[in-house]
Design a binder for this molecule. Structure first.
Ligand SMILES: CC(C)(COP(=O)(O)OP(=O)(O)OC[C@H]1O[C@@H](n2cnc3c(N)ncnc32)[C@H](O)[C@@H]1OP(=O)(O)O)[C@@H](O)C(=O)NCCC(=O)NCCS
Length: 288
């Protein structure tokens, strides 16, 4: 018999005892436990069977959109293939529906076949393929004609995006603290006003969205969280803008999250890369 309930602080050690070496690189649950437990937009769930705490998952409502975000599904290795993850997913989907969400989204590493099967078995389909890079220290300053977009360029950017194949392939999303959010008129307007949208060319021939504040407890990381151009020179200018900012403001790392597109990934791979991974964005329509 499986029971899914809200997590409490008392669950921490039991859960972390099987969430330390989940992947070849370890796991990140310890870093996010407090954030997730106290998340006012979401819920942290624990799954139990026979009185043992053997599963975990976090769900969050995406502010300003009809999406709900699912993450951190973990099942104790001795209790897998007994429906625990499916029970957690079911509870998270209920949460999304209670909040009036029309879509549930989640990200799965491309090399995680078990999780991909789990998502598909629970009615999700992959809608977009993303690449993540963490660059090394050997980056040089380069000249760039890219610039921060101003509010009066918003319509031109939207026009560019509407015609962009990359935007379509990105499922019209960008990344915020490892959540994928809708990149639409409202979010783009806010991003432009926060000085986070970089463009190149007149008319606009490419754009990037920056995150200057890192995520979780890793605040000194600069991220490109959306990248879009089919022109190599434009991509070079957008990347140079970000790398110059990384050097000038002495960030600890530069991350790039972008569509798994050959032209874009090959130009990024020209930088010194320390880590890279590919992800699939999964989606399921909800009956709210
Ligand atoms: C992926 C994971 C959460 C699945 O948990 P689980 O409780 O075993 O999943 P369920 O029992 O609910 O499985 C549901 C379906 O998913 C698929 N599935 C799950 N594990 C699988 C595996 N190892 N290989 C192939 N398919 C698998 C099957 O279709 C399964 O249905 P079935 O058992 O009737 O065939 C678990 O293996 C785990 O914790 N892995 C490490 C952490 C991780 O990868 N989390 C997801 C990050 S996105």
């Amino acid at each position: 018999m499986i029971a899914v309930r809200n997590a409490t602080q008392g669950d921490r050690d039991d859960i972390l005892s099987f969430c330390a070496n989940t992947f070849s690189w370890g796991d990140y649950i310890e870093q996010v436990w407090d954030l997730w437990l106290h998340d006012s937009q979401g819920k942290l769930f624990v799954a139990e069977t026979e009185g043992k705490k053997v599963g975990l998952a976090h769900v969050a409502a995406c502010p300003d959109s009809k999406d709900t975000w699912l993450e951190g599904v973990r099942v104790h290795p001795s209790h897998r293939r007994s429906g625990l993850a499916s029970a957690l997913l079911g509870r998270m989907l209920e949460f999304g529906e209670e909040k009036g969400a029309t879509r549930a989204l989640a990200i799965v590493a491309k090399n995680n076949a078990a999780s991909q099967r789990m998502m598909e078995r629970n009615g999700f389909s992959a809608i977009s393929e993303w690449a993540y890079y963490s660059t090394g220290d050997r980056i040089d300053k380069r000249s760039s004609n890219a610039r921060l977009a101003s509010a009066d360029e918003l319509d031109a950017i939207l026009e560019y995006l509407e015609a962009s194949r990359i935007y379509e392939l990105s499922a019209k999303t960008y990344v915020k603290a490892w959540h994928w959010y809708a990149l639409d008129h409202a979010s783009l307007k806010a991003l432009v006003s926060e000085g986070r949208v970089v463009i190149s060319g007149t008319p606009v021939a490419g754009m990037a969205v920056l995150n200057r504040r890192g995520y979780w407890n890793r605040k000194n990381i600069l991220q490109i969280v959306y990248l879009d151009s089919q022109d190599e020179k434009v991509l070079g200018n957008l990347l140079a803008f970000a790398t110059n900012l990384y050097l000038d403001e002495k960030y600890e790392r530069l991350h790039v999250l972008c569509q798994q597109d050959e032209k874009m990934t090959s130009i990024i791979e020209g930088l010194e890369i320390q880590e890279s991974e590919q992800f699939l964005l999964y989606s399921k329509v909800l009956n709210s």
